[in-house]
Design a protein around this ligand. Structure first.
Ligand code: NDP
Length: 449
């Protein structure tokens, strides 16, 4: 056999050539390659079998036309995708994203990340991601319904409870999942757990809505405790005000932290004395039921609104990046360090640029990467699948306990490969190697497939 050592730069050169013009995918792979390639070089069985090359190639990419009629009777054409990335350890699983600027590049980065995240949950879940360049913002309910029905008319051919189980993501919340599930049921004449994030009336799970945000805070709590700190009394900034951000804020408040800032793409609010539970409930209602903007919170509660600003310039000890990819760049990282931030947790997928993540780690800021910190969402999706198969529903307490213990197990796996003498734990390395090993070993067991 060959067993020549892998070089990160040569590997990345090959990947970039095979996947030109896909900067987000390159970024996600490089982040993994930087920590996994040194590990692979110590374990030659992964070199000769070209496991990393195989893991960076999706199993398949499905792209399809979605044709629907708007309220004016005009025909609209969008593009739908499902990237089925890897099913070595379980059926494909991952969200659907509806945003106007969605590209295959973004979906490949998300699907690749999902492989490691789902592996870390310790549940039998493979990885996929999908979506469309359809933007539900500004559309009527009827238009969203017609779009979802058209989208599912094609997607249903490629999914199933033992094949691929999509969920929500940006732009795909409870309303969209309901329309998608309704159409699947109509086409297949089957009632089974083919989507997660469903309504409680038809097979959804308690705590799914809260899971990603709650899980991110549980992970931050574990990370702080490991380093002799706690959340209690810490001033926190949370970017975004969508599903992940809102429930991150809720759990921070429950655990005694102080939420002083949140945002959306139009700006940030600064609540100097900290948001109360009642104020947060008002914001959740605004965002979930009235589809409002964060500025309305500032107008209602007379706090500062910083137009077009991120939350990172507002001095805080803990930062939670819960909005979107690459929202925390090197300048933001420098600002956080200058203002005394001690820990950053990624609630969103790849919210930090590589440069920002390197800078934070170099400056000894504890850094929880997305694939570990935000795995709570897919973990509770896995629990929703279990409940659907068993035809039962677990209670809020039981599910929150299970979520907490899964986040604890993810943290332990990070420690196994990320602990280093006299330094803070390297959670990026820990998460990447632990996530990689399980999938790689399953692929090795299957032989050359
Ligand atoms: P939502 O669509 O519910 O919310 C996204 C939020 O981010 C909105 O408040 C949006 O504001 C805001 N936002 C978008 N771009 C920016 C920006 N440039 N600056 C500031 N705010 C911005 O999505 P989710 O909360 O579900 O997802 C957020 C992230 O978490 C994504 O990366 C997603 O992939 C990831 N994730 C989500 C999971 C889940 O269970 N929902 C699971 C795991 C990961 P606006 O309304 O103005 O656009």
């Amino acid at each position: 056999m060959f067993s020549n050592k892998l070089s990160i730069e040569e590997f990345m050169l090959g990947l970039t050539k095979r996947n030109p013009h896909e900067p987000e995918f390159h970024q996600a792979v490089r982040e993994v390659a930087e920590s996994v390639i040194p590990f692979i070089n110590q374990n030659p069985q992964y070199i000769d079998t070209r496991i990393l090359e195989r893991m960076t190639e999706p199993d398949r990419i499905i792209s399809f036309r979605v044709c629907w009629e708007d309220d004016q009777g005009k025909i609209r054409v969008n593009r739908g995708y499902r990237v089925q990335f890897n099913n070595a350890i379980g059926p494909y699983k991952g969200g659907l994203r509806f945003t106007s600027n969605l590209t295959l590049d973004t979906l490949k980065f998300l699907g690749f990340e999902q492989t490691f995240k789902n592996s870390l949950t310790t549940l039998p879940l493979g990885a996929a991601k999908g979506g469309s360049d359809f933007n539900p913002k500004g559309k009527s309910d009827r238009e969203v319904m017609r779009f979802c029905q058209a989208f599912m008319s094609e997607l249903h051919k490629h999914i199933g409870p033992d094949i691929d189980i999509p969920a929500g993501d940006i732009g795909v919340g409870g309303r969209e999942i309901s329309y998608l599930f309704g159409q699947y049921k109509r086409l297949e004449n089957k009632f089974h757990g083919v989507l997660t994030g469903k309504g409680l009336e038809y097979g959804g799970s308690l705590v799914r809505k809260e899971a990603t945000g709650f899980g991110t805070v549980f992970f931050m709590d574990e990370m702080l405790k490991e380093h002799g700190e706690s959340l209690e009394g810490k001033r926190c900034v949370v970017s975004g005000s969508g599903n992940v951000a809102l429930y991150t804020a809720e759990k921070i408040i429950q655990l005694g932290g102080i939420v002083i800032a949140m945002s959306d793409s139009s700006g940030a609010i600064h609540v100097k004395e900290g948001m109360t539970q009642e104020q947060l409930e008002w914001l959740i209602d605004l965002k979930e039921n009235r589809r409002g903007r964060i500025k309305e919170f500032a107008d209602h509660f007379h706090c500062d609104f910083l137009p077009d600003s991120k939350v990172w310039p507002i001095p805080a000890q803990l930062a939670f990046a819960c909005a979107t990819q690459n929202e925390l760049d090197i300048d933001d990282a420098k600002t956080l360090v200058k203002n005394g931030c001690i820990a950053v947790a990624e609630g969103a997928n790849m919210p930090s640029t590589l440069e920002a993540a390197h800078f934070l780690k170099k400056n000894k800021v504890l850094f929880a990467p997305a694939k570990a910190a935000n795995a709570g969402g897919v973990a509770v999706s896995g629990l929703e699948m279990t409940q659907n198969s068993m035809r039962l529903s677990w209670s809020m307490e039981e599910l929150e306990d299970r979520l907490k213990s899964i986040m604890g197990r993810i943290h332990e796996q990070c420690l196994q490969y990320g602990k280093q003498e006299g330094q803070p734990v390297d959670y990026v390395r820990g998460a990447n190697i632990a996530g990689f090993k399980k999938v790689a070993d399953a692929m090795l067991a299957y032989g050359v497939v």
